[in-house]
Design a protein around this ligand. Structure first.
Ligand code: PGA
Length: 237
């Protein structure tokens, strides 16, 4: 089974910097990949997608978000129709930074999931509890999942990225045992839905090695821009 590795570049690079990364760093990262073992999905900013997808047609591209409507007067939003035109295959939805800084609700996230599925783009649903929600983790994950799952039919693949908010960019990660228990809970909540579960939050080579046997892949932030670290993570999966 291939490991799904999703690189979330967030808003870390300018257009020039991102293009330089794609030209200078990506070829060696690409050489590290085994196409039978890994699927690497890079999610740059929207502005880089047209360039990136034309430069490396053989790679898989993702978006960090999408608009909740197909078309219309939604200033600043980017339509799934544009993502589809660019052959984007995956799109993150419900990332904790979207929930926190843009007030995205589970209901909005469900609308995005429905639209993406309609246009045959895989939604990657990000869920996770904040530090002060650890004692009520079960109910948080349950609410995040149960409010979005109705968008998925039994034929759709649910890709879930479990990203504890307290772990993102902090260097803190759950223990292997805690993660095993949380994954069990997520699987239980997913019921009969076909699914893949990724882990995200401060993943470096050590965590990739430790968690890889339990997960279907990783959502990578900081490490995804450090090509040497990214190659080590790929080789650990
Ligand atoms: P991080 O980010 O790897 O820098 O913790 C992960 C994410 O937010 O997707």
């Amino acid at each position: 089974m291939k490991k799904l590795l999703i690189a979330n570049w967030k808003m870390q690079l300018s257009h020039e910097e991102a293009c330089t990364w794609l030209e200078k760093e990506l070829p060696s990262v690409h050489e590290t990949l085994s196409f039978t073992e890994h699927e690497l999905v890079i999610c740059p900013s929207f502005t880089e997608l047209p360039y990136a997808t034309s430069l490396f047609e053989h790679l898989v591209w993702g978006a960090q978000d999408c608009g909740a409507e197909e078309k219309g007067a939604y200033t600043g939003d980017v339509s799934v129709l544009s993502l589809k035109d660019l052959e984007v295959r995956y799109t993150l939805i419900g990332h904790s930074e979207r929930r926190r800084y843009h007030g995205e609700t589970n209901e909005l996230v469900r609308k995005k999931a429905t639209l993406l599925l309609k246009h045959h783009i895989h939604p990657v649903l990000c869920i996770g509890e904040a530090a002060d929600q650890i004692p009520i983790r079960r109910s948080i994950l349950q609410e995040q999942l149960e409010s979005v799952l109705p968008a998925f039919t039994s034929d759709d693949l649910c890709i879930i990225a479990y990203e504890p908010v307290w772990s993102i960019g902090s260097g803190k990660v759950p223990s292997q045992e805690d993660l095993r228990i949380i994954l069990e809970l997520i699987r239980e909540l997913l019921g009969d839905h076909k699914h893949l579960i990724l882990y995200g939050g401060s993943v470096q080579e050590a965590q990739a090695k430790l968690f890889s046997p339990f997960v279907d892949g990783f959502l990578l932030g900081t490490s995804s821009l450090k090509s040497e670290e990214l190659k080590k993570i790929i080789l650990s999966c």
